[in-house]
Structure formats: structure tokens, C-alpha cells
Design a protein around this ligand. Structure first.
Ligand code: UGA
Length: 442
């Protein structure tokens, strides 16, 4: 099929575009910024994502993938058009649909002279009702055509995890595929794209597809906040949360692989934004979203737990050097959006600490946030060797290696993610962690 991805230089758009091209479709990857489109044309992804680099180069070589700024021309040639533009949070937490609306207008205009049927598919995360109330009327108004008659409409939420997006797209068995369809004909076209993927496909209506995305992310975010709340209680009453987590996971109704790792809280471009948007929608319709609000409240307070723990260990921050390991909101990405590291580091800086920060992938993005307020170092050892304490904020696998800490002067480690096994540390270290009520002297 011929497919256009609008928002193709963004995170979801680029991974989807490359994934579909690798499946043999001809993909027009439409971006707004010429510079980004040119970069992608040269095979350089805008974001760090495992395997994206090689996949991008491969689809470019096979001439299955056309980066372009020409939305109109691409839409006119395509059987399916995916809308993958951003839906950021407004001040009040509700989502800003400006880019979705703008895109629908442009697609609508591009459809004016078109005779062949095509399917416009919303992939951006949008609050339930958006495709019906905003996207379809906008497409119809600007194309002067009718949904269901001249063109089809689908809503196909994305379930890609940063750091695993390429794999998640190609092998969605664990996530499944949701096709929200305006009518059977629209859904049949999308089904054709996905039918050979090894995954269950749920066909439903547009609104349910939109809601499934919010329900899933809110559910997982709720688990993280639940874990953090239990972990905070454990810390106060002298219980190691890791044992509690292991004990919980033995119950098959809970099970392993759930989002029960406690730490500094969830971040990223999805959980915080999506839970806030659902809260805003629930309020708008007059319901009280108690669990969703509690999920956010627990999460907002979690970075301060790590700041407090660090203060208990090192005393006042003024004049202290703190080595921070990990800045990205989770391992496997260079993304700092809503990263707990931002709040943690700002807490240290506010009270006069000097911060030496290291992250394997996110240093460039961190510079855009902290400017010259912190010192960026190019390896983990440099961040911690002369620091008064090492604070682990993101659980990159390399931070689990006990040899990393051998040259530390202060030998004080505060683990915000339970990434390190203190039993493996050489003698002379003091280890503290979130959800761990004691300190361990090695
Ligand atoms: C999340 C969902 O997992 C994806 O399915 C979804 O497609 C994506 O949002 C999206 O809406 O686009 P992502 O934000 O990449 O994916 O990251 P997750 O792996 O879900 O982690 C989110 C946050 O929760 C991270 O900050 C992570 O550190 C934190 N987390 C996760 C915990 O603190 N504890 C856990 O046990 C699990």
C-alpha cells in the first residue's frame, strides 16, 4: 500500500513510518521542518531508539521510504494517511488538539480533487470523541466530501514503548492491535495492513479505541504510583519493598512483569500527559476521577522522597558535590520529557549543591534543560569519583555494575531505582535506597 505518515519526524510517526516501510509499503514520511526531513533522508533519526538507525538506513536504501515536507502531494498518492502529530498538555492538563486540527484541515484540502477512496487514521493520542467531533467534521468541511462515502476513517492507538519501539511495532504480540473504525469498509483497509502481524486485532468503534489508549496508560501509571505508595510505607515501617514486590509477584493474579518497580516516579511524554488529560476530561463531564488524581499526586511527590533521603544521608546540600547517574525518564531513551531527574536535580540545586550529571544517551537533551547550571560528564565514573554522594535516578544497566563505583572517594550511594545489588559492592561502601529502610555498610 501507499501510506502517508503526518508527523513523521516525531517519535511515534518515525517509528511507525520506518516499521511500515520495512513491511514493504511505500511510505511518505511527512515532516514540517525541512532540516529534520533532510536529516532523516540522510539516515539519521532525530531521536535515539534502539535499532531505528539501521532500520531507517535499510528502508531508505530499498526506496520504500520517502521523507518529505510535501503533505498535499503525499496524501494525494496514498491509500492510508496516519495522523501522528503531537497532542501536548495545556496548562489545565487537558490536551491541546491544535496540531490534530491543523493536520485534518490540510488533509481535507489535499483530498479535494481526489477520486479514489482512502482512509484517514488517527494515531495521535486523543481524548475520546475527538475523531468523531473534530477530525471527521474538519476533514469533511475542507475536502467537501463525506466520511464513509468518499473516504474512510479509523483510530489506531499506538502502544510503543520508548526504547523498544521498533520491536513493539514489528512484533506487537504482547500489546495487540486496536482498530477503531468509522465503518466496516474503513476498518477493512487498516486490517489489511495489520493482518499478517503476529498479534490479536481488536476491531471496535472510534471512541472505544481512543479510550483504550487512555485506560491502558492510566492503569499502568496507577500501578507505578501504587508501588511507590507501598514502597514509601515500607521505608517508614522498616520493610524492604523489594521483598514485598517479590512476594506480590508470586500471586499469579498479580504476576511478574507488572509495573511495580518503585523509585522516583513515572515520567515521559505519555503517562503524565495522558493521566492528566483523562482527569481533565472526567472533570469536564462532571465525574470525580479519584484514582487518577491519586496516581498523579503520588507521582508528583515521589522525586522529593529521593531528595529527602539524600539530605538525610549527606546533610545540608550547600557546598556538596552530588553525582547524578541517569537523566532520561527511563533507560533506553534520550528523552527527558517529564523526567523525574529534572525535579530531583532542581531540588539539589535549589539548596546549593553542585551537580555532576551523566547519562549514556540524554546529555544533549539535558543541556537544553539545565544549561550551565550543572556539570555534564562523559562517563559515569567522572560524575561520582569526587562526589560527596552518588544518586542513581535512571536504571541504566551499566549502573548495576559494582566495579563502576570502585574509585568513589565518599563511597556513599543512594539508589533511586534499586538498580544496584549492594551485596556485590566492595568493602567500605554505604548503600541507601528508595523503599529500603536501612543502610547497608559493605
Ligand atoms: C508507555 C506505555 O508503556 C506504552 O505502552 C505506550 O505506548 C506509551 O507510554 C505511549 O503512550 O506512547 P513509555 O512512556 O515509553 O511507554 O514508558 P514505560 O516503560 O511505560 O515507562 C513509563 C514510566 O514509568 C517511566 O518513567 C518508568 O521509569 C516508570 N516505571 C515503569 C516505573 O517507575 N516503575 C515500573 O514498574 C514501570
Amino acid at each position: 500500500m501507499k501510506i502517508t505518515i503526518v508527523g513523521g519526524t516525531g517519535y511515534v510517526g518515525l517509528n511507525t513510518a520506518v516499521g511500515l516501510a520495512s513491511k514493504g509499503h511505500l511510505v511518505f514520511c511527512v515532516g514540517r521542518t525541512r532540516e529534520k526531513v533532510e536529516r532523516i533522508s540522510r539516515g539519521i533519526p532525530i531521536i535515539y531508539e534502539d535499532r531505528l538507525d539501521e532500520m531507517l538506513k535499510s528502508v531508505l536504501k530499498k526506496e520504500k521510504f520517502i521523507p518529505t515536507t510535501d503533505l498535499t502531494g503525499s496524501v494525494q498518492k496514498s491509500d492510508v494517511i496516519f495522523i501522528c502529530v503531537g497532542t501536548p498538555s495545556r496548562q489545565d492538563g487537558s490536551i491541546d488538539l491544535t496540531q490534530v486540527e491543523e493536520t485534518a484541515k490540510k488533509i481535507g484540502k489535499a483530498l479535494i480533487g481526489r477520486k479514489e477512496y482512502c482512509v484517514v487514521t488517527v494515531k495521535s493520542t486523543v481524548i475520546p470523541g475527538t475523531t468523531e467531533k473534530l477530525v471527521i467534521p474538519t476533514l469533511e468541511r475542507f475536502s467537501k466530501k463525506m466520511a464513509g462515502k468518499n473516504f474512510g476513517v479509523c483510530m489506531n492507538p499506538e502502544f510503543l514503548r520508548e526504547g523498544h519501539a521498533v520491536k513493539d511495532f514489528l512484533f506487537p504480540k504482547d500489546q495487540g492491535i486496536v482498530v477503531g473504525e468509522f465503518d466496516r469498509k474503513s476498518g477493512d483497509v487498516l486490517y489489511e495492513i495489520y493482518k499478517d502481524f503476529d498479534a490479536k486485532i481488536l476491531r471496535t468503534d472510534l471512541r472505544a479505541a481512543e479510550m483504550i489508549k487512555y485506560a491502558r496508560n492510566s492503569y499502568l501509571a496507577k500501578d507505578v504510583s501504587f508501588a511507590n505508595e507501598i514502597s514509601n510505607i515500607c521505608q517508614e515501617i522498616g520493610v524492604d519493598y523489594l521483598d514485598v514486590k517479590r512476594g506480590m509477584e508470586m500471586d499469579s493474579r498479580i504476576g511478574t512483569g507488572r509495573f511495580l518497580s518503585a523509585g522516583v516516579g513515572f515520567g515521559g511524554s505519555c503517562f503524565p500527559k495522558d493521566v492528566k488529560a483523562l482527569v481533565a476530561k472526567a472533570k469536564e463531564i462532571g465525574t470525580k476521577p479519584k484514582m487518577l488524581k491519586a496516581t498523579l499526586e503520588v507521582n508528583d511527590a515521589q522525586p522529593s522522597k529521593l531528595i529527602e533521603l539524600t539530605k538525610q544521608v549527606v546533610g545540608q546540600f550547600r557546598g556538596k558535590k552530588i553525582g547524578v547517574l541517569g537523566l532520561a525518564f527511563k533507560p533506553g531513551t534520550d528523552d527527558l520529557r517529564e523526567a523525574p531527574a529534572i525535579k530531583v536535580i532542581n531540588g539539589f540545586l535549589l539548596e546549593g549543591a553542585e551537580v555532576f550529571a551523566y547519562d549514556p544517551k540524554a546529555l544533549d537533551n539535558a543541556r537544553k534543560i539545565f544549561g550551565n547550571k550543572i556539570v555534564y560528564v562523559s562517563n559515569a565514573e567522572q560524575a561520582i569519583t569526587s562526589a560527596d554522594a552518588c544518586v542513581i535516578v535512571t536504571e541504566w544497566p551499566e549502573f548495576a555494575d559494582p566495579r563502576l563505583y570502585s574509585k568513589m572517594r565518599s563511597k556513599i550511594i543512594i539508589d533511586g531505582r534499586r538498580v544496584l545489588d549492594p551485596e556485590l559492592l566492595p568493602a567500605g561502601f554505604t548503600y541507601h535506597a528508595i523503599g529500603f529502610p536501612r543502610s547497608i555498610e559493605t
